[in-house]
Design a binder for this molecule. Structure first.
Ligand SMILES: [Zn+2]
Length: 266
């Protein structure tokens, strides 16, 4: 399995990251992509890759919440991060109008700038969208020629949204949200609309712990999700798709390895 989104540079991991990584390896996680959401966290994610080469990989980008801070200097730093081989995607970027921590105009500007970076470095886009479908869709449609591959991470939208993203050629990231029978009900019911070759799985650790009693009891820190919980998301997603978990794991791992150009045999 590959966890395509874990925020391992989050301060909640600073005291015991080696153990967190070991537990991930023991749970058959073959690689983890550490999400960069600000220049600091992108930089930290890249340093983590150097500590755990060929196991941790990173994205470099500015989350829509941070878009007000986007400027020339940050863009220069993104250039130098994206030129490194362990940085396998541009992002997390996109639009989040849920609470508008940054202005929508700044979010759109930072988003378009990062699409341009992804295309310049020929790296896939790692995307975030919340309550901003119309603008998000229109920006991606306008720049379709500019990027090669893109994934909407932590997908929790409607079937119409899913269909629109698939039509745009996007891949879909599924988190432990799907394990929540209540909040994830709609997702559980319609995710089988997505072809298997477009799906990947992620924990979004330390957030989004799968709703599962056994997971909660085994977490080493209460309320802190870890990459080892990914198998629970894999199990639930396989159930929703009515396929064997082994088949789901093989497919999503291959999708992630191809998408992020990761060689699992290294
Ligand atoms: Zn996100």
């Amino acid at each position: 399995m590959i966890d395509i989104g874990a925020n391992l540079s989050n301060k909640s991991f600073k005291d015991d990251l080696p153990q967190v990584i070991q537990r991930a390896k023991d749970a058959n996680i073959q690689a983890i992509i550490v999400t960069g959401t600000s220049i600091e966290s992108s930089d930290a994610a890249q340093r983590l890759c150097n500590q755990y080469p060929e196991y941790l990989f990173a994205t470099a980008g500015i989350h829509p919440h941070e878009a007000d801070n986007y400027n020339q200097e940050i863009e220069q730093q993104l250039h130098s991060l994206l030129s490194q081989s362990c940085v396998v995607a541009a992002g997390e970027t996109g639009l989040d109008y849920n609470r508008n921590f940054s202005t929508p105009a700044n979010q759109r500007q930072a988003f378009e700038a990062q699409i341009a970076l992804a295309s310049q470095y020929k790296k896939p886009l790692f995307l975030h969208e919340r309550d901003a479908f119309d603008d998000f869709y229109s920006i991606l449609s306008q720049h379709k020629a500019g990027y090669t591959k893109a994934i909407v991470h932590c997908f929790t939208g409607s079937k119409d949204t899913l269909r629109a993203y698939l039509d745009l050629g996007l891949s879909i990231g599924i988190t432990g949200w799907i394990c929540d029978k209540k909040r994830g009900a709609n997702l559980r019911e319609m995710i089988n609309y997505a072809p298997l070759d477009r799906l990947m799985i992620e924990t979004d650790a330390p957030y989004l712990t799968p709703h599962n009693k056994s997971v909660k009891e085994q977490l080493s820190k209460k309320h802190r999700n870890e990459p080892w919980t990914l198998s629970y998301t894999a199990n639930t997603l396989a159930e929703c798709l009515a396929i064997d978990t082994d088949k789901l794991i093989a497919a999503t791992s291959k999708n992630a390895a191809d998408f992020f150009s990761i060689d699992l045999n290294k």
